[in-house]
Design a protein around this ligand. Structure first.
Ligand SMILES: NC(=O)c1ccc[n+]([C@@H]2O[C@H](COP(=O)([O-])OP(=O)(O)OC[C@H]3O[C@@H](n4cnc5c(N)ncnc54)[C@H](O)[C@@H]3O)[C@@H](O)[C@H]2O)c1
Ligand SMILES: [Zn+2]
Length: 349
């Protein structure tokens, strides 16, 4: 078992282990006196893991309710929110009860938003089951849902009471989702840790699972403990994401998964960095070697001018400027304020 203490404004523990699901109730009992618990999950994860979780909660004296929505990004919207709020009201949930997010980043972001807003805040716990949610989205308290105008346009910062990571759940994860999670792990390595980079490059993913997740979370911890509300350093976590978001949008969220788009975003930004003399020569080829190992793309065949135009209206832009994340060398990232008109030079490859 591995444990990490996250010292945000409200501190909490992250526990990483095999077979954690069947003992989850024991851990949850230590951080919650709730009478009722609502598990929020999607249909796929529900089939796989709800029973194990529910059994353990009931064994520990909780009354358990289940809210299941159909899987996928399309469900992360206001309509699903409304249905969850109604469910909570109908079942007389109070502020002293508890919500559990079970699943990938979609249930995590949605349930986090519900918890932050229902009756102005009810406790919640993250039980992430996708690689991306285990090493990234369940950590750090960001939540949100999509609007018809764009992704994650409403959301809050609201920390969970506990995060339980059962690495055994990754055994049922489709290969593509594993690669998507690895893309984010490579991002952590590029911005903060050559050690993590070589861990990913030189080993087979199955054998390093716990270490990989542990290293990634520790990097995220070091960043968000300094900057919980993304005023400065937390922006480093957006490396590759300016281009990635534009690629996802350009293909109407159907052409590339988020992880694949991030992969291309990191590659193009690194290549541009080398051309501009910002990034140490050779970094790009190191990166490509590891992206190839995990079948992640690093080139796209489309009109870069159009994609850069889309990137210019990114919600993270401030007026005429962008705070762009660039890397000097493996493990060493920094934020540079650039003019929007110069964007193509920095991320165009
Ligand atoms: N809050 C944050 O800080 C943050 C950070 C990064 C991403 N995100 C959000 O996370 C979301 C993407 O996360 P995701 O890729 O986990 O999406 P997801 O929750 O849709 O999961 C991807 C797919 O994997 C399935 N799945 C999950 N766990 C499984 C398992 N153990 N076995 C088999 N199938 C499983 C799900 O049913 C789904 O179909 C996006 O909405 C993104 O905006 C949030
Ligand atoms: Zn991402």
């Amino acid at each position: 078992m591995k444990k990490i203490d996250l010292n945000t404004r409200t501190p909490y523990e992250i526990i990483i282990d095999e077979n954690l699901m069947q003992y989850s109730g024991n851990y949850i009992k230590n951080v919650s006196h709730a009478k009722q618990i609502l598990i929020i999950t999607d249909d796929i994860v529900n089939e796989l893991y709800s029973n194990k979780l529910t059994d353990s909660l009931i064994k520990n004296g909780f009354e358990v309710f289940l809210f299941v929505f159909s899987h996928g990004e399309v469900s992360k919207n206001i309509q699903t929110l409304e249905r969850v709020y109604s469910f909570l009201i109908k079942n007389k949930f109070t502020r002293s009860d508890l919500i559990i997010a079970l699943g990938g980043g979609v249930p995590g972001d949605l349930a986090g938003f519900v918890a932050a807003t229902y009756m102005r805040g009810i406790d919640f716990i993250q039980i992430p089951t996708s690689l991306l949610s285990q090493l990234d989205s369940s950590i750090g308290g960001k939540n949100g849902v999509n609007l018809s105008h764009g992704k994650n346009l409403i959301g809050t910062f609201y920390q969970p009471k506990l995060v339980l990571i059962d690495v055994n759940t990754l055994k049922t994860l489709p290969k593509q989702s594993v690669s998507d999670g690895i893309a984010e792990a490579i991002k952590y390595a590029l911005i903060k840790s050559p050690k993590l980079f070589y861990l990913i490059k030189n080993n087979d993913f199955e054998y390093i699972l716990k270490d990989l997740i542990f290293e990634c979370i520790n990097i995220k911890k070091s960043i968000i403990e300094k900057d919980e509300y993304e005023k400065a350093d937390r922006k480093l976590l957006n490396f590759g994401h300016t281009l990635a978001h534009a690629i996802e949008k350009f293909y109407d969220f159907k052409g590339y998964t988020h992880g694949q788009a991030v992969s291309v975003g990191m590659a193009y930004t690194t290549l541009s960095g080398e051309k501009l003399g910002i990034t140490r020569p050779g970094t790009y080829s190191e990166l490509i070697s590891v992206l190839e190992k995990y079948n992640l793309p690093y080139q796209i065949n489309c009109d870069m001018d159009k994609i850069v135009e889309i990137a210019k209206v990114d919600k993270k832009a401030t007026g005429e400027f962008f705070d762009l994340v660039l890397i000097k060398e493996l493990g060493n990232a920094f934020i540079k304020r650039i003019k929007k008109d110069d964007l193509k030079k920095y991320i165009g490859g």
